[in-house]
Write a protein that binds this ligand. Structure first.
Ligand code: CP
Length: 298
């Protein structure tokens, strides 16, 4: 694997390979076992948009494997503020490190970065485009918590229009034998071109119709920062919310996932139910990113 820009860069076999590798790293990710296979390697984290989980779990993954990290997060403290282009920034930073992780508000920025980099580039989110490492950890969560990927019924709920985690995930779900329900306000529906691009059993639904049938409920935040105007955001803000009561008729084994951060779409009452897996899902980002880093760096 040279770059990881879109989940479409991987086939089912590649995905299964990374998930298997991630499982082997779990005790290292928990700090229960020492492994220094990335000693002497440096990761360059370039975050042009805010992040807690992606940036910190890449840093944790790198450090737990003996490697080091250089970060550029505050654009006002870098030469971007003096007008340096993304292409020049990438050309320079790729001389300082062995791989680059980039998050950028523009769709296509990670692919552009890869074209200008002499080291592997990993997309940590490009606008409303793709978030492939999130998808891999989402698949890992489903496999670990449901015991399988094939034969799963999943509902994708929330902002399906702007959520890059959904745009990535749905492509990967289609590689497995899954039934997919889409649950969203009309204004936040999944774009038709993405649906047409995915060959899977997909149907729009209401949560009440499918709650007792699904194995996974994957909820997303309304991506306020992607709305072209504030008024459009206000129309849909607060339009859906999961509470412990909402899940009363779910199967015991049904899991609730969320890429996080959440705002108000999952009430804290869900946290203590048997269904909540979103914090576990965040942790799984560490072994999965260890697997990705070891693939691109070794
Ligand atoms: N899920 C995710 O991408 O979280 P961050 O924005 O905190 O990285």
């Amino acid at each position: 694997m040279r770059h990881l820009i879109s989940i479409g860069d991987l086939d089912r076999e590649d995905i299964n390979y990374i998930l298997k590798k991630a499982e082997e790293f779990e005790d290292v990710a928990r700090g229960e076992k020492k492994l220094r296979i990335l000693e002497g390697k440096i990761l360059g984290n370039l975050f042009f948009e805010p992040s807690t989980r992606t940036m910190m779990s890449f840093e944790t993954a790198m450090k737990r494997l003996g490697g080091d990290v250089i970060n550029m997060t505050a654009q006002e403290a870098s030469s971007i503020a003096k007008g340096e282009t993304l292409a020049d920034t990438i050309r320079v930073v790729s001389g300082y490190c062995d791989a680059i992780v980039i998050r950028h508000p523009l769709e296509g920025a990670a692919r552009f970065a890869a074209e200008n980099s002499s080291v592997p580039v990993i997309n940590a989110g490009d606008g409303a485009g793709q978030h492939p490492t999130q998808t891999l950890l989402d698949l890992y969560t489903i496999k670990k918590e449901c015991g399988r990927l094939d034969g799963i019924t999943i509902a994708l709920m929330g902002d399906l229009k702007y959520s890059r985690t959904i745009h990535s995930l749905i492509k990967a779900l289609a590689l497995f034998d899954m039934r997919i329900y889409l649950i969203s306000p009309e204004a936040l529906a999944l774009p038709e071109d993405i649906i047409e691009d995915v060959s899977a059993e997909i149907r729009r639904a209401r949560l009440e119709e499918v709650i007792s049938e699904i194995d996974v409920l994957y909820v997303t935040r309304i991506q306020k920062e992607r709305f072209p105007d504030e008024e459009e955001y206000r129309k849909v803000s607060g339009s859906y919310r999961i509470t412990a009561e909402t899940l009363k008729s779910a199967k015991d084994s049904m899991i609730v996932m969320h890429p996080l951060p959440r705002v108000d779409e999952i009430h804290p009452s869900v946290d203590s139910t048997k269904h909540a897996r979103y914090f576990q899902q965040s942790f799984y980002g560490v072994p999965v990113r260890m697997a990705i880093l070891s693939e691109v760096m070794l």
